[in-house]
Design a protein around this ligand. Structure first.
Ligand code: PLP
Length: 386
């Protein structure tokens, strides 16, 4: 990695000024097959796009550089990245320790795919690292956490958990989707693997589904590349690689604005009588505000909150919003809002939602980069109508 600053690395790319054309922007290589010099000898190092593609290589080099890591793998979705890590690491009989607060798709993968394959998962409250230590066993191969978690914005002490995972010789993977490497770099804190849904903040424009795995472990990454790219065939398409590469150029600008807006929204909501609780690590009232200051370079762009009242009141409030879009997902330039119990957690039973801490009045609001006064006015007007 060069010693350039993050914002410079987000814009630079390995094929800048390519000898033939001098491209300032990396080209999109759509070819699925590449001409060979002779049978068995790939001409320019490429053979077949599922195995390797120049547009994907360029994005992977940029993603690794932003993380300060040696290797990155770009895949077709965040779930493809998570599945790749699991299936590259785990075998029947293995044990996983997972933060109990985590993205529903990851939990479904653990419960519905891994458990029937005789992979045992212990869910713990990882806000206290001693719970991770207490659950780990000689069979623990993988420790899994998000920080902050989706949708409750809980944090875990990445450095402390990395030390526990090391003791058990387990791989520690962190889903850093909410933060991006601009805000938090788990590998620097001792994690082994970082995964992303690039669909969110990394691309940032809500127009390409993708995922990434980033690590310094060369041999493990070779295996993960075999699993995710060659065997699953879950590679990111060249055009989507181009979109993510383009999105990355404004990542620092966007994250600064997402975070400034999110802080203002969180403070506004925390003071409002119609709001019962606000979850945002940037608030001093967040139980892990100090940890956020230690391991994050900001507080992220997602705010969750509970409206005073039941599901009907929360839904009535969402219907009154105009600037915010009623939609799942997060991380795009536009502010979104969802009633979590009936939208991203709508496939869970009431008991499962209760277990996950998702109340009927919980609203998740990924904050965009619009003018903050318009966002605050929109919220104030909708709350007045309740
Ligand atoms: C934290 C987190 N990880 C992973 C994913 C899955 O990403 P994708 O939808 O790109 O598969 C999501 C999606 O919402 C997410 O919020």
């Amino acid at each position: 990695m060069t010693h350039r600053d993050f914002a410079t690395r987000a814009i630079d790319h390995p094929v800048r000024g390519a000898p033939a054309t001098g491209d300032v922007v990396p080209p999109i290589h759509l070819s699925t097959a590449f001409e060979m010099d002779d049978p068995g000898a790939p001409g320019q190092g490429y053979k077949y796009s599922r195995f390797g593609n120049p547009t994907r290589d360029t994005l992977e080099a940029t993603l690794a550089g932003l993380e300060g890591a040696d290797h990155a793998l770009a895949l077709s979705s965040g779930m493809a990245a998570i599945s790749t890590v699991c299936f590259s690491t785990l075998s029947p009989g293995d044990h996983v320790v997972a933060f109990e607060s985590l993205f529903g798709g990851t939990k479904a993968l653990f419960d519905d795919l891994l458990a029937p394959m005789d992979v045992d998962v212990s869910y713990v409250d990882a806000t206290d690292p001693s719970n991770v230590a207490a659950a780990a066993t000689a069979d623990t191969e993988l420790v899994w956490a998000e920080s902050p978690t989706n949708p409750l914005l809980r944090l875990c002490d990445i450095e402390a958990i990395a030390a526990i995972a090391d003791e058990y010789d387990a791989r520690f993977a962190v889903d850093n989707t909410f933060n991006t490497p601009y805000v938090q770099r788990p590998l620097e804190l001792g994690a082994d693997v970082v995964v992303y849904s690039t669909t969110k903040f990394l691309n940032g424009h809500s127009d390409a589904t993708g995922g990434a795995v980033v690590t310094d472990h060369e041999t493990w990454m070779e295996h993960a590349r075999f699993v995710g790219a060659k065997a699953f065939g879950a590679v990111m398409a060249p055009f989507d690689c181009y979109l993510v590469q383009r999105g990355l150029k404004t990542l620092p600008l966007r994250m600064d604005q997402h975070q400034a807006n999110a802080q203002a929204v969180a403070e506004f909501l925390a003071d409002h009588s119609e709001i019962e609780h606000v979850y945002y690590p940037g608030l001093e009232s967040h139980p892990q505000h100090d940890l956020a200051n230690e391991q994050m370079d900001g507080y992220g762009g997602v705010v969750s909150f509970e409206v005073a009242g039941d599901a009907a009141v929360a839904k009535a409030f969402l219907e009154e919003l105009d600037v915010f879009n009623l939609a799942v997902s997060l991380g795009g330039v536009e502010s979104l809002v969802e009633h979590t119990a009936s939208m991203s957690a709508g496939n869970l039973s009431a008991e499962e939602r209760e277990w996950a801490g998702i109340s009927e009045s919980l609203v998740r609001a990924p904050i965009g980069v619009e003018d903050v006064d318009d966002l605050l006015d929109d919220l104030a007007t909708a709350l007045e109508k309740l």
